[in-house]
Design a protein around this ligand. Structure first.
Ligand code: GDD
Ligand code: MN
Length: 389
């Protein structure tokens, strides 16, 4: 129990002071240690903050909770709105990150700031059903589960309202891929709505990726032994205000993460993203080569133009997707581009040299070709990650 006390001197007798002890305050908030930290990642969610806090306070009555908002310096001033509310409600905290973006990293930092035994994660846009939180907490507290997941797929309607048909199909595919990698049966492993014993996040924190949306998938995949999971159906609501931040980059990051886990963490997600962009570059190359030939250009000219185009698009896509957190702009974009071209030129030489070497020892031309391509890709990745981004 925490009391605020005041000691004051009320008199003096025979050289000794006589004091009085006053109880100033029994603060009900301080008297209970926090049991649940609700982490809420935000980016441009200004208009959703007040209704969310109101809903949380209502749903979590009787529970000692705190809300940790993690805002990536939203241009719409979300952090100011949160701080205005935090100024008069000690349960609210705002972690403002500057110069950084990323849902997974934001959730992780919020969770690591917690000292409570349980950590819940919920989106700020009111798409998740906060009234499920007490049931989630009860299942963790009773020891029945280590991880409680809000699932969009356990209700008869599924995520009808909250997702467009394209997002719905993508979400189902993402779930199928995730289930192929995870050793546990979960209906919504990419859910952004869950609650977990704090220790389970802290032990795997160094292994988690900071990019992308799939923090839950990453947490489950990184556990040494499969966690006990309980899923809770809820209806995925429509977004109230603002816009979704899910885009092509998030999807490429996700595929990279799935591949990283499929290779037993051998190949880093960034390398796999780089390789995927490279494969896209091959398609660009072939398309330009085809058009050049169709336009009657000489083969050598067409091939040269195709290679330069593919290298340029690869650079631009890597700059805005693979290395979006270290994105080059202005003059640095130009010098980075020149460096990228020079290093990829060296990569091409390495590619041909290795392929030739392997070919001398085996009649399998495709093996030699693949070995060359793999070494070229590895060189391009390592060298550009050091010298360009
Ligand atoms: N701090 C921070 N930084 N927060 C972010 C960022 C970021 O870069 N990007 C998104 N958020 C916050 C949003 O403000 C919102 O509160 C929450 O993360 C979810 O973002 P949305 O953009 O609304 O995601 P969604 O509705 O498209 O995707 C939902 O469904 C996915 C499964 O399909 C989310 O719940 C995802 O977590 C989930 O994986
Ligand atoms: Mn949303």
């Amino acid at each position: 129990m925490t009391l605020l006390l005041e000691i004051s001197v009320v008199g003096e007798r025979a050289g000794r002071y006589i004091g009085a002890l006053t109880i100033l305050e029994r603060d009900p908030v301080l008297m209970q240690s926090c049991e649940l930290t609700v982490v809420i990642p935000t980016y441009n969610e200004r208009d959703n903050i007040a209704p969310l806090i109101q809903r949380l306070a209502h749903a979590l009555k009787g529970i000692a909770w705190q809300a940790v908002f993690v805002d990536d310096n939203s241009p719409d001033g979300t952090a100011d709105t949160i701080k205005a509310m935090a100024a008069c409600d000690p349960r609210i905290l705002c972690l403002k990150r500057v110069g950084r973006r990323g849902l997974a990293g934001a959730v992780l930092e919020g969770a690591l700031a917690s000292a409570a035994p349980f950590v819940g994660v919920i989106d700020a846009d009111l798409q998740h059903d906060e009234t499920v939180l007490p049931q989630m907490l009860a299942s963790l507290k009773s020891g029945e589960a280590d991880l409680a997941i809000g699932s969009r797929f356990l209700t008869s309607s599924g995520p009808e309202k909250g997702l467009t048909p394209f997002r719905k199909a993508g979400s189902r595919l993402a779930n199928i891929l995730a289930r192929a990698v995870l050793k546990v049966e979960v209906s919504d492993p990419v859910s952004g709505f869950f609650m977990i014993r704090r220790g389970l996040i802290e032990t795997v924190a160094p292994d988690l990726t900071n990019d992308g949306f799939k923090i839950l998938f990453d947490i489950i995949a990184s556990q040494r032994s499969p966690p006990r999971i309980r899923e809770f159906p809820y209806v995925f609501a429509e977004r109230q205000a603002g816009h979704s931040k899910m885009d092509e980059r998030v999807i490429i990051e996700y595929l990279g993460l799935i591949l990283t886990k499929l290779t037993g963490n051998l190949l880093p997600t960034r390398f796999l993203m780089f390789a995927m962009v490279g494969l896209g570059g091959v398609a660009v190359h072939m398309a330009v080569l085809y058009s050049g030939r169709a336009a009657g250009l000489h083969f050598i000219i067409s091939q040269g133009v195709a290679a330069m185009t593919a290298m340029t698009t690869n650079f631009l896509v890597n700059n805005s997707v693979t290395y979006r957190d270290r994105r080059l702009r202005g003059m640095k974009l130009l010098t980075g581009y020149l460096r990228f071209c020079a290093l990829c030129g060296v990569g091409l030489i390495a590619n041909v040299a290795v392929a030739n070497l392997v070919h001398e020892h085996t009649p399998l031309w495709w093996l030699a070709g693949a070995a060359g391509a793999a070494s070229g890709a590895a060189w391009n990745y390592v060298s550009t990650s050091v010298a360009v981004w």
